[in-house]
Design a protein around this ligand. Structure first.
Ligand code: NAD
Ligand code: TYD
Length: 353
């Protein structure tokens, strides 16, 4: 297989670290550059497995800084970009939208401009792959699924900033001929997810016998996918996706939040060797998220039929694997919930009581 030099942005985050590890381990002939600002969500502890591998390099930098991004393109003959760096948490976007505008919109545009500048319209063998979310499609009622043709209708500052970045990526494809591809994925879960998102936050709270905060009545529905299955889809799309295309990725695995949390409680009781029903006592209904989208559900038939991808794990197994990982990686969890996390938790959750 050809030699390649890939820039992966956001590779110290949750999904990015799984993608970086997959590419470094599977493609020894690729040089993988992980470019990450190391915000609160970026953690080099996610990457200790590949420390010291000769085809891996970490560079600390900000995608919204032209000079940081230029420096990487000056140093390396990059021919592929997998762009995951983003501000990614809806609740934070409600509190501080500007950080989302800067990284998700300005940062993506800086990357697009820099790729254009360095590739100089010599686009053979080049690809700019933008990782996005199903949240750009808005909120579903009880029926129907998001397809690649669903009109955009983002409703939070997070999803609006991701939608803007998707539009810019498509604009660069149509206007400048930059070879781009986009995928929009449903909610991910698995090892290394920062405990501000529903599943790891609940695991951490159950372990510490703290209330499990359920927004509203817990009726909102999400379509959950194991992070390793998302990384496998990204690998396929990067190598076989058609430039100019969009692929929806989903788990075909819809859960009401309250049902998901009850399943998680049963798994936690078993793993902590405590009587069934113990964790459920911690469930606490709190003030709803502003503008809370009711339901997300992905129709992933395009990637299934065109590229032969499908989710590999059932939710029971994926969730159990996730719980096992968090219980076995106490030091990782302790490190990320120290310091600023306590302040964040206090800010977000005291106002919901
Ligand atoms: P994350 O918050 O765990 O990680 C984001 C990473 O980006 C961190 O390492 C952070 O340090 C880095 N980063 C943030 N701002 C940066 C900047 N200005 N310059 C360079 N690096 C910066 O996010 P995640 O959950 O791994 O999501 C990764 C991507 O996948 C995002 O684009 C997100 O929109 C998308 N996505 C996430 C999900 C999900 O369920 N988590 C689902 C679908 C799509
Ligand atoms: P989250 O993990 O933040 O992902 P997203 O908002 O991107 O879907 O939330 C998943 C669902 O869980 C969403 O409906 C909001 C809800 N939720 C809670 O009920 N309590 C919480 O403490 C959090 C973080 C989320």
């Amino acid at each position: 297989m050809a030699q390649r030099v890939l820039l992966i942005t956001g590779g110290a985050g949750f999904i990015g670290s799984h993608v970086v590890k997959l590419f470094v381990n599977r493609y020894s002939n690729y040089q993988i550059i992980n470019f990450d600002k190391l915000t609160y969500a970026g953690n080099l502890q996610n990457l200790t497995d590949i420390d010291g591998k000769s085809n891996y390099q970490f560079i600390k930098g900000d995608i919204a800084s032209e000079s940081d991004v230029n420096n990487v393109f000056e140093q390396y003959p990059i021919d592929g970009i997998i762009h995951l760096a983003a501000e990614s948490h809806v609740d934070r976007s409600i509190t501080d939208p500007m950080a989302f505008i800067r990284t998700n919109i300005v940062g993506t545009t800086v990357l697009l401009n820099t790729a254009r500048k360095y590739w100089k319209e010599n686009y053979v063998g080049k690809l700019f792959y933008h990782i996005s979310t199903d949240e750009v499609y808005g909120s579903l009622g009880a029926h129907g699924f998001f397809t690649e043709e669903t009109p955009y209708d983002p409703r939070s500052p997070y999803s609006a900033s991701k939608a803007a970045s998707d539009h810019l990526v498509r604009a660069y494809y149509h206007t400048y001929g930059l070879p781009t591809v986009i995928s929009n994925c449903s909610n991910n879960y698995g090892p290394n997810q920062f405990p501000e998102k529903l599943i790891p936050l609940s695991i951490n709270n159950i372990k510490n016998k703290k209330p499990i905060p359920i927004y509203g009545k817990g009726e909102n529905i999400r379509d959950w996918l194991f992070v390793g299955d998302h990384a496998a889809a990204i690998d396929l799309i990067f190598h076989k996706g058609k430039p100019g295309s969009t692929y929806n990725i989903g788990g075909n695995n819809e859960w009401k939040n309250i049902d998901l949390i009850r399943l998680l409680c049963r798994i936690m009781d078993k793993k902590l060797s405590q009587p069934q029903g113990e964790s459920e006592k911690l469930i606490t209904f709190v003030k709803d998220r502003a503008g809370h989208d009711l339901r997300y559900a992905i129709d992933s038939s395009k990637i299934q039929s065109e590229l032969g991808w499908k989710p590999s794990l059932t939710f029971d197994i994926g969730l159990e694997k996730t719980v096992d990982w968090y219980l076995a990686n106490q030091a990782w969890l302790n490190a990320v919930v120290s310091g600023d996390y306590q302040k964040y938790y206090e800010q977000q959750y005291s106002k919901r009581e």
